[in-house]
Design a protein around this ligand. Structure first.
Ligand code: HEC
Ligand code: HEC
Ligand code: HEC
Length: 437
């Protein structure tokens, strides 16, 4: 009798124990899932791009970011309790990421794209928090002293900036009835993916002129210079925007960093390498559909290919300024018909990158060269060599003026003064050097 009571007792206890264990396992599983979801969202938000200076110490901060008022250093966002954000509660974290207010109460520089992150939903914020607390290794590394000189180093003007420009609403709000796929695209682009931080023009206070599609047609209509690269128009403009791109082109570009006709460079290389290549196909489709839903605003007509210059170059006619440089230095890869080699060397004909208003990117890529991003989908990298060491400012200006007015491209000429300005702004080492013999 005693024994059976004992047995029963043991069975009950075991049952209760098993139940407790399975609740623990469930909670654990739920946390794991939340952490994994947070890891995905951190990729969508590309937190690593700015918060990592040394790839062996992810999220430990210290990356210098150039801004018009001086150098800003990103901070340590690993869960280290002494030097990172290990002591941040969810509320502290949420205030920093969505509202730009540090735990100590001062306003963050908007180099941290909190005006976009303000649109992130609570549940995604909770997943991000779970990831940064439980999925990221703590790194002990103190934050860098500030590189901004007084008076711009004072934080209170930033608070005024935040009051004036940071959004008061927290959810991006496509109009009711919007296709749910497009709404998902809007949520990502206007929020975590912060595409507008580079692709939207800024006003006199350095604020983005629009933070959502609803706020105006300047949204994603092409940004200013960032590190001497220009983020192009992502609206439907057919010559200088994405009007001639298909949804499939966009998906391929975000996944692999290239299409048949173009390849990512400048700041976009990092975006593809750290962020968009890791997105799910569904999220890339949502972004593509959403971008294709943004109408053009410049009244452009879709340009048509024009073979006149190809014919001239083919017959060795180099009377046009820049033609000899093009034949000697560029045509081997980009071809005399300007059509390049599909998925290897970009086309220069009818390419929005070539015909955009500001030629800074073009000058930069010719002076410094570039390598295509390496992605899981397109692991092979293709390289364009730097020409800064051997082409003069006038030669670069002439060849780019030729590019911008050939094969159906219609854009303003480039001057030697513009080339000299970019040359002076980029590191001398990036200009290349004569091969050693
Ligand atoms: C474009 C660059 C950039 C991106 C992308 C970025 N940050 Fe930041 N972040 C910064 C900079 C710069 C600071 C420091 C600002 C300052 O000191 O005023 C900062 C500060 C922070 C802080 C405040 C930390 C502290 O020390 O108080 C947190 C938290 C933070 N970022 C989290 C994130 C998360 C999470 C993501 C991704 C969802 C992210 N950041 C993406 C640039 C960036
Ligand atoms: C750090 C700045 C930066 C961010 C953030 C950024 N881009 Fe870009 N993007 C650029 C630059 C610079 C270019 C021009 C170079 C090139 O074509 O790759 C570009 C080019 C592009 C192009 C190619 C346009 C063309 O005509 O060739 C697409 C498409 C694009 N970006 C989409 C996006 C999307 C979608 C996002 C958000 C997920 C985004 N970008 C975020 C800097 C950025
Ligand atoms: C060895 C082959 C090669 C040569 C020679 C070359 N390029 Fe390129 N070019 C490339 C590659 C590869 C890219 C893509 C780079 C990237 O995406 O980072 C590129 C990109 C470009 C782009 C940006 C187009 C886009 O959509 O990505 C322009 C503009 C350009 N080249 C102009 C020139 C000019 C002008 C010359 C001659 C002065 C030249 N290139 C010589 C290989 C070459």
């Amino acid at each position: 009798m005693k024994r059976s009571v004992l047995k029963w007792g043991a069975a009950l206890a075991l049952g209760a124990f098993a139940q407790v264990m399975s609740t623990v396992a469930l909670a654990d599983d739920a946390t794991q899932q939340l952490v994994r979801r947070g890891e995905y969202l951190a990729r969508v938000g590309d937190c690593v791009a700015c918060h990592t200076a040394n790839s062996s110490k992810p999220f430990a901060g210290g990356l210098p970011i150039q801004s018009p008022i001086g150098t800003i250093y990103s901070t340590n966002i690993t869960p280290d309790t002494a030097t990172g954000i290990g002591r941040y509660t969810y509320e502290d974290f949420e205030r920093a990421v969505r509202h730009g207010i540090s735990k100590q109460g001062y306003t963050l520089y908007p180099a941290m794209p909190y005006p976009s992150y303000a649109h992130v939903h609570d549940e995604d914020m909770r997943a991000l928090y779970a990831y940064f607390m439980h999925g990221v290794a703590p790194v002990s590394q103190s934050d860098h002293a500030e590189g901004i000189a007084w008076p711009m180093s004072m934080r209170w003007p930033l608070t005024l900036w935040r009051w004036a420009f940071a959004p008061k609403v927290e959810a991006s709000s496509p109009p009711p009835g919007t296709d749910p796929v497009i709404a998902r695209g809007a949520y990502l682009v206007e929020g975590l993916a912060h595409c507008s931080a580079c692709h939207t023009p800024r006003g006199v206070g350095m604020q983005e002129l629009a933070l959502t599609a609803q706020q105006g047609s300047t949204f994603l209509s092409g940004g200013g210079q960032i590190d001497n690269w220009i983020a192009t128009d992502l609206r439907g403009d057919p010559a200088t925007g994405l009007g001639a791109w298909s949804e499939a082109d966009l998906e391929t570009f975000l996944k692999s960093g290239a299409t048949d006709r173009t390849a990512a460079f400048g700041g976009m290389t990092d975006v593809v390498q750290h962020s968009t290549q890791y997105m799910t196909d569904a999220d890339r489709t949502a972004i593509a559909k959403y971008l294709k839903s943004l109408p053009g605003t410049k009244g452009e007509v879709r340009p048509a290919y024009d073979a006149a210059i190809s014919t001239a170059l083919h017959s060795g006619d180099v009377t046009r300024p820049g033609a000899d440089t093009y034949l000697n230095s560029c045509a081997a890869c980009h071809r005399s018909d300007g059509k390049g080699y599909a998925s290897v060397f970009p086309a220069l004909a009818l390419n929005p990158v070539v015909t955009g208003g500001d030629p800074t990117s073009l000058i930069h890529i010719v002076l410094a060269g570039s390598s295509t991003p390496a992605t899981k989908a397109a692991p092979a990298q293709f390289t364009m060599p730097p020409y800064g060491w051997r082409l003069s400012d006038a030669e670069v200006a002439n060849v780019l003026t030729l590019l911008r007015s050939s094969w159906g491209n219609h854009a303003s000429p480039v001057t030697a003064t513009q080339v000299a300005k970019v040359r002076a702004a980029i590191p001398v080492a990036s200009l290349g050097a004569a091969p050693k013999r």
